[in-house]
Design a protein around this ligand. Structure first.
Ligand code: BEZ
Ligand code: FE
Length: 285
């Protein structure tokens, strides 16, 4: 009769032929922690079966346009922990946050100033800013991949045939001074998908599924680390209870009501409009 510790030791020892020290380290620690979890909780066979069924259902819910495993990682706080572990500590740099499961299609290339709200149902707004290097110099040609949900809280990939493909998405290139600007609608808070296993988990734990209103960005440029981030609408609901723990204070931005016909004409937007300013500072690579 082997002891519980002997089972763990044997499983760890089975990894001795693993190609590559990092893979061996990752698998060793994973086995140790999984075994410790089972021992500490005195996991029953029935609970083990429930967990297997849950993970199976999670995989079976994934499609080309739905990533339930990322969603699971998000609601467990794992995605945000990985962001923290891999983020930099310099307070001057733009902070990163979760990628989320809806960056699964290429954003259409758009000219600076283009409107990513192809349906035009929301409150018009302009987002503008400058991408800078750590020393404060602008980064010409920085590429900004932007995506957001529509005013009803759905991404285009969730509603094929209802929303046009590419609605709420754009791939922009900053100008020679690192400046960017685009038009969109003010995003609204929305629930993450609850019709799958992750929704069952939220219900079982009495948690709400909402994310505060936000716009996603991946910003990249030669010689710099890309940053995956969002801006959140200041004053919106759920900023202090995001279902995926992704809010950082530095990313909460005013979407300022602006009544300025000259500026509106410059941005080619109806006056009055809302204006969010997002200046980014990238890390060198
Ligand atoms: C999102 O913001 O798109 C998102 C992030 C995490 C989970 C679900 C949605
Ligand atoms: Fe989102």
């Amino acid at each position: 009769m082997t002891t519980e510790d002997a089972v763990t030791a044997e499983a760890v020892e089975s990894l001795r032929g693993t190609g590559g020290p990092r893979l061996r380290e990752l698998l060793t620690v994973l086995i140790r922690h999984l075994h410790a979890f089972a021992s500490e909780t005195r996991l029953t066979r029935g609970e083990w079966e429930t967990a297997i069924a849950f993970l199976t259902a999670t995989g079976q819910t994934c499609t080309d346009t739905r990533q339930e495993f990322i969603l699971l990682s998000d609601v467990l706080g794992l995605s945000m922990l990985v962001e923290k572990i891999n983020g930099h500590s310099d307070p001057g740099r733009t902070e990163s946050t979760v990628l989320g499961p809806f960056h699964m299609t290429e954003s259409p290339v758009r000219e600076l100033g283009a409107d990513i709200d192809l349906v035009g149902t929301g409150e018009p707004c302009v987002v503008s800013g400058v991408v800078r290097a750590a020393d404060g110099t602008p980064v010409p040609g920085a590429v900004l991949d932007v995506w957001q949900a529509d005013p009803h809280g759905f991404y285009d990939v969730q509603q094929p045939g209802v929303q046009p493909a590419g609605n709420g998405r754009g791939l922009f290139t900053a100008d020679a001074e690192g400046r960017f600007w685009f038009r969109t609608c003010v995003p609204s808070a929305y629930p993450i998908p609850t019709d799958g296993p992750v929704g069952d988990l939220l219900k079982a734990t009495g948690r709400h599924p909402y994310r505060p209103a936000h716009i996603h960005f991946i910003v990249s440029a030669d010689g710099h680390e890309p940053v995956t981030t969002h801006i959140f609408v200041a004053g919106g609901e759920y900023l202090d209870s995001d279902a995926v723990f992704a809010v950082k204070d530095s990313l909460v931005k005013e979407f300022t009501p602006t009544d300025d016909p000259v500026l509106a004409a410059e941005f080619d937007v109806a006056n009055p409009f809302r204006h969010a300013r997002f200046d980014l500072v990238l890390d060198p690579s």
